[in-house]
Design a protein around this ligand. Structure first.
Ligand code: 5RP
Length: 260
């Protein structure tokens, strides 16, 4: 890795703990006005002091986030599909010059292994890695899962390893049983988990705890934070698990306190 890439990555994955809490709010790029993100700024701005990085699209950041904010940006640069159609039909929507203008610390796209447009999404990743290597911008590959895919360690290990082999600098995947096998498949490339659909807070916290205990570098979580009845409570609790190694039970107390 060149100096710029290492520097950008260390703004996201904190060198002190080797861990990170990324806040994902890019859902609108294919889901439209997702619950909790209709007024994205109102939801997200209070959470920024507790996030290590913000995953967002260029349109959303320009509309709802103040440019003076001090947070590393993981810019979602892919899209082109919607929940109404085949999810894997994704293209690159944002060029590297615009990512640089936004001062992105990383760029991201999804890779649909097993999807109808699998090859095209792998091609998207490979082109982003080429650009990222050229300009010192790390690429986070999202192992996006099609409607029919099983989220087991075998599938997620396959999808994650393909992202690593194509050159991703960070892999985002889902938590599953035998998660160590997914982490092992990625070698030295850090792995973070998405939260997925909204779960009861206790379950989302336990999932975060299990993931970091089994080798994840942290979370890139969206709905389980911003759709919670206490988004600040949830992100503080997740942060305590990821950076301080707190148990899910103790972290739940942080959420409860904040909710009160
Ligand atoms: C969509 C994404 C989202 O950022 C991702 O799903 C994370 O959010 P959540 O925790 O709500 O699943 O990458 O492809």
């Amino acid at each position: 890795m060149n100096w710029g890439m290492k520097n950008r990555l260390s703004r996201i994955i904190k060198p002190g703990t080797g861990r990170c809490v990324m806040l994902a709010v890019d859902h609108g790029y294919f889901q439209g006005p997702t619950t909790g993100l209709v007024n994205l700024g109102e939801t997200v701005n209070p959470l920024l002091p507790y996030a290590d990085a913000l995953m967002i699209t260029r349109g959303a950041i320009r509309n709802w986030i103040d440019p003076s904010v001090d947070i590393p940006v993981i810019l979602r640069v892919s899209g082109g599909q919607s929940i109404l159609k085949e999810l894997s039909n994704e293209i690159i929507t944002t060029n590297i010059e615009d990512a640089i203008r936004i001062n992105a610390s990383a760029i991201t796209c999804s890779v649909y292994v097993g999807g109808e447009f699998e090859k095209e999404t792998i091609d998207n990743l490979s082109k982003l890695v080429d650009k990222g290597e050229k300009y010192g911008i790390p690429v986070l590959a999202v192992t996006a899962v099609g409607k029919e895919m099983a989220r087991d360690a075998r599938y997620l290990g396959l999808a994650s390893r393909i992202c690593v082999e194509i050159g991703a600098h960070v892999v985002k995947t889902y938590y599953t049983e035998n998660f160590e096998k997914v982490v092992e498949a990625c070698g030295n490339v850090p792995v973070v988990i998405a939260g997925g659909k909204k779960l009861p807070e206790t379950e989302a916290l336990q999932m975060s705890y299990n993931a970091v205990s089994e080798g994840a570098a942290g979370v890139d979580m969206g709905r389980n934070i911003f759709q919670s009845d206490s988004p600040v409570g949830m992100i503080k609790a997740v942060r305590a698990i990821v950076h301080d190694g707190m148990s899910a039970k103790d972290a739940y107390e942080i959420y409860e306190q904040e909710k009160k």
